[in-house]
Write a new protein. Structure first.
Length: 139
């Protein structure tokens, strides 16, 4: 049975958003156990705690954003019936908008905000597309 192309593309986008978000949250949570937050931040709101973070505390948030976007874009491009690059970039833009909303709501250092916005979303979406295309055409 052949699946309707529109339905397949909708499933691809939904799967990319879901899997990318799951990977993002898993890496953020794993990061807290691998690189614990400073003790002084335990009773603070995140917006206040981020002011006490050292550069090492931004490693896993960056990885979460980058790898989450990569997985989301890869999944979407791999499943999509057509327009794989457009859909992968759409996932990258969606995650970028989420990143921009975090930039606007948190007082993270400017170096992190710039690095995150430039390298974690669109480049990872493109990489996800290219990896999916390579894997798809191999079969």
């Amino acid at each position: 049975m052949v699946m309707n192309p529109l339905l397949k593309n909708i499933i691809a986008i939904c799967a990319g958003i879901i899997l990318g978000s799951v990977v993002n949250m898993a890496l953020v949570n794993a990061g807290y156990s691998i690189i614990p937050l400073p003790n002084e931040t335990k009773n603070l709101a995140l917006n206040e705690a981020v002011l006490l973070f050292q550069p090492k505390h931004f490693l896993f948030p960056f990885l979460a954003h980058a790898v989450g976007t990569l997985v989301g874009a890869f999944t979407t491009a791999y499943i999509a019936f057509n327009h794989q690059l457009k859909f992968a970039l759409a996932i990258g833009c969606l995650f970028l908008f989420g990143g921009i909303s975090m930039i606007l709501s948190l007082k993270a250092p400017m170096w992190f905000n710039v690095t995150d916005a430039i390298f974690a979303y669109i480049p990872m979406a493109l990489l996800g597309y290219f990896l999916a295309a390579k894997l798809k055409f191999r079969h």
